[in-house]
Design a protein around this ligand. Structure first.
Ligand SMILES: NC(=O)c1ccc[n+]([C@@H]2O[C@H](COP(=O)([O-])OP(=O)(O)OC[C@H]3O[C@@H](n4cnc5c(N)ncnc54)[C@H](OP(=O)(O)O)[C@@H]3O)[C@@H](O)[C@H]2O)c1
Length: 286
């Protein structure tokens, strides 16, 4: 990865931070994003110390704000000439329905729509840097969205069951990676999604799940989870391995190409989500 530039959204914690350490060890310049400058700088120091690579940069990004996403994309492109890998990693689950700065349901808004806009803004730079890769951290939790996305209520205004809403946002991640791969065919930019395994990260612990569920994840479920280092292996593999240099449109579970749910293989639904996402982004003046 010498000479390559990698951006990892949410690289200040959990799977993203471990992926940053792994890719930094391989020699990449790694740009991690953080909502909070101090948290980002602390993570940066840890990544530098553990990898021995000092070419690690922190930039502020809040995926719940189109303003922040546009500012980040513009700053990034002023700062770096090339972008070899974009890892759309940041994500969360929210027990209560909240909305982003633009009023979109926040799980959908952060996990899918924010990354949709970000990737769109960085696409020219990725294509100019080809061969390049987009890696999307999805989840097997997409399997819970058995009936697919509710295109009449993408903002979950009618029902809000947080596990379902999270599962749907991860289904949206898989649709996005597949449709992006289709649209980028022949450009030298690949797009794949992955399930990292059940990982003992900070996921669901920051109060986003409330005390009871947060406690459940931390103390009851954690013993069954893998370490964040192991959880980052699939991301590192898709971001760097020559084995998957030309692979695109795939879904990987622990570094093996596998099939997502039947619903997730519905390319018409993937296209429909893409078109609706374009409309949602366009509905907010830039
Ligand atoms: N843990 C698992 O078992 C598991 C399983 C399958 C898939 N995943 C997926 O793996 C990805 C990483 O999760 P993780 O387990 O590493 O969780 P984590 O330790 O909680 O890390 C999540 C990262 O996302 C960032 N983030 C949250 N909201 C954001 C926003 N509005 N804008 C920008 N960044 C934001 C967080 O930054 P802050 O520090 O600012 O909060 C943090 O860096 C997620 O997409 C998750 O869905 C996790």
């Amino acid at each position: 990865m010498q000479g390559k530039t990698v951006v990892i959204t949410g690289g200040n914690a959990g799977i993203g931070k471990e992926a940053a350490v792994g890719l930094a060890k391989l020699g990449a310049r790694v740009i991690i994003t953080s909502r909070n400058e101090q948290r980002g700088q602390t993570a940066r120091q840890e990544i530098v110390d553990r990898s021995g690579n000092t070419d690690i940069v922190v930039m502020t990004l809040d995926l719940a704000s189109f303003r922040s996403i546009r500012f980040f994309a513009s700053e990034l492109q002023d700062r770096v000439d090339r972008l070899d890998v974009l890892v759309n990693n940041a994500g969360l689950i929210l027990r209560r329905r909240t909305v982003t700065e633009e009023g979109f349901e926040a799980t959908f808004g952060i996990n899918h729509l924010g990354h949709f806009l970000l990737t769109d803004l960085l696409l020219d730079r990725l294509q100019a840097s080809a061969p390049a890769r987009v890696v999307v951290v999805a989840s097997d939790a997409h399997q819970s969205a058995k009936r697919g996305l509710d295109f009449d209520d993408l903002q979950s205004t009618r029902h809000y069951r947080f596990t379902k809403v999270y599962g749907k946002s991860k289904l949206a991640n898989i649709y996005f990676a597949r449709e992006l791969a289709r649209r980028l065919e022949g450009t030298g930019v690949t797009s794949n999604s992955l399930h990292p395994g059940f990982v003992r990260s900070e996921f669901g612990r920051g109060g986003d799940l409330g005390t009871l569920y947060g406690f459940g994840i931390k103390y009851l479920a954690a013993p069954f989870a893998i370490s964040p280092e192991k959880g980052a292996l699939a991301t590192i593999y898709l971001a760097s391995s020559p084995e998957v240099e030309d692979a695109t449109g795939g879904y990987y579970v622990k570094s093996r190409r596998s099939l997502p749910s039947k619903v997730a293989q519905d390319d018409d639904a993937a296209r429909r989500l893409w078109e609706m996402s374009e409309q949602l982004v366009a509905s907010v003046p830039a």
